[in-house]
Design a protein around this ligand. Structure first.
Ligand code: SAH
Ligand code: SF4
Length: 359
């Protein structure tokens, strides 16, 4: 019988030369690699973060030795913590080769307690959006699945979650996650393992600048995370000027990819729109945005993000009345709108900025 070809996302994540990161492995990988004892139990001990917080988790000597000899169990190192007035903390983490990435911890105490981790998928980004500090860095490299999961584990061990806090994850830190889909998806599978964090894909959002080839691939994957789209302009000329990806896949093509996604019950899109003063913040833009959304105006979310100003871009945040008028115009068209003040503005939270400053 012919062997079924493995799809890229079925393959174990390729790791740097040497031992695989223990954080990239699923229970079945432990089994295939001959780990002593029950694979699910080993996975459980390593990934249940609260066990670490209560002191080292109990792992038998044989398992400990196996992990040390057969795998790389290192985690990204937290170098800096920048707490903000709004309760969020921006962190700088160091990867094993010295590269730095950023992540944000955002607890919410009101209503049901929840914590959101905003994480990175790449060191830098190749997409070159002109308003973005990460874009100004260019791309240095992809993160491996082990580094993505390791980032989450490192954050959780450092800052929570507290017991009872619901965890959500957003790929809205550094990088274009759909440029690194194999590793991002592998990480989503590991994080979703019921013996570990059990973080369902429905609580994970992948944000993209509109890489249509990646959206189409992701649409077919299971488990499938939620999708956020960074629109940031309402006609092709303006979008291509700030987001080079639009020259390859324009707004009409992007809309087609969303129609083909095949929304399932409980799934929602998030549309992000960075408001740039005098560039994309007119009432006509708001009207065109609603028109482009069409039947997606209802049941989905539009996040307006006033430009987070930084030294690597000349764009500015619009005045308050302008932001309000834009939001009102969208709401009048039936959209569900939130204005998202970037968390941690007082610690220069524009993504990539802390790392860029160091460079
Ligand atoms: N690369 C992905 C995810 C990371 S960027 C993407 O572009 O979607 C996460 C969000 O931050 C995107 O919506 C992006 O448009 C927004 N963003 C980038 N630079 C910003 C800035 N200076 N101020 C406000 N939002 C910004
Ligand atoms: Fe990359 Fe997103 Fe920044 Fe664009 S906005 S440069 S895609 S990180």
């Amino acid at each position: 019988m012919a062997e079924t070809a493995l799809m890229p996302w079925d393959r174990p994540a390729p790791e740097k030369a040497g031992k695989p990161s223990v954080w990239s492995l699923l229970p079945e990988d432990f089994e295939a690699m001959g780990a002593p004892g029950r694979a699910a139990h080993l996975f459980n001990r390593l990934h249940r973060v609260h066990l670490w917080k209560e002191g080292a988790p109990w792992i038998s000597k044989a398992l400990r030795e196996w992990v040390a000899t057969e795998t790389d169990a290192s985690l990204p190192e937290i170098l800096e913590r920048h707490p903000s007035m709004d309760g969020s903390t921006k962190l700088v983490l160091r990867l094993s080769d010295g590269h730095r990435i950023e992540a944000v911890h955002m607890p919410r105490k009101v209503r049901s307690p929840r914590v959101t981790y905003c994480i990175s998928s790449q060191v830098g980004c190749a997409m070159g959006c002109t308003f973005c500090a990460t874009g100004a860095m260019g791309i240095l490299r992809n993160l491996t699945a082990g580094e993505i999961v390791g980032q989450v584990i490192a954050l959780m061990r450092d800052l929570g979650p507290d017991r009872g806090e619901q965890v959500t994850l957003v790929f809205m830190g550094m990088g274009e996650p759909l440029h690194n889909l194999d590793h991002v998806h592998r990480a989503i599978r590991v994080l979703g393992e019921i013996e570990g964090l059990g973080l369902s894909a429905k609580r994970i959002t992948v944000s993209t600048s509109g890489l249509v080839s990646g959206i189409e691939k992701l649409a077919r994957l299971r488990p499938r995370p939620l999708l956020a789209l960074s629109l940031n302009a309402t006609h092709d000329e303006a979008r291509s000027a700030t987001m080079p990806v639009n020259k390859v896949w324009n707004l009409a093509r992007l809309r087609q990819a969303l129609d083909a996604w095949g929304l399932q019950r409980g799934e929602k899109f998030t549309f992000e729109y960075v408001l740039l003063a005098g560039v994309n913040d007119t009432p006509e833009d708001a009207q065109r945005l609603g028109d482009w959304l069409g039947d997606l105006r209802r049941g989905h979310n539009v996040n307006l993000i006033p430009m987070n100003e930084h030294d690597h871009s000349t764009f500015h945040e619009p005045a308050e009345d302008r932001i309000q008028a834009f939001s009102d115009r969208l709401k009048a068209q039936g959209c569900f709108v939130t204005v998202r003040r970037s968390r941690g503005r007082d610690v220069r939270a524009a993504c990539g900025q802390l790392v860029k400053e160091k460079a």
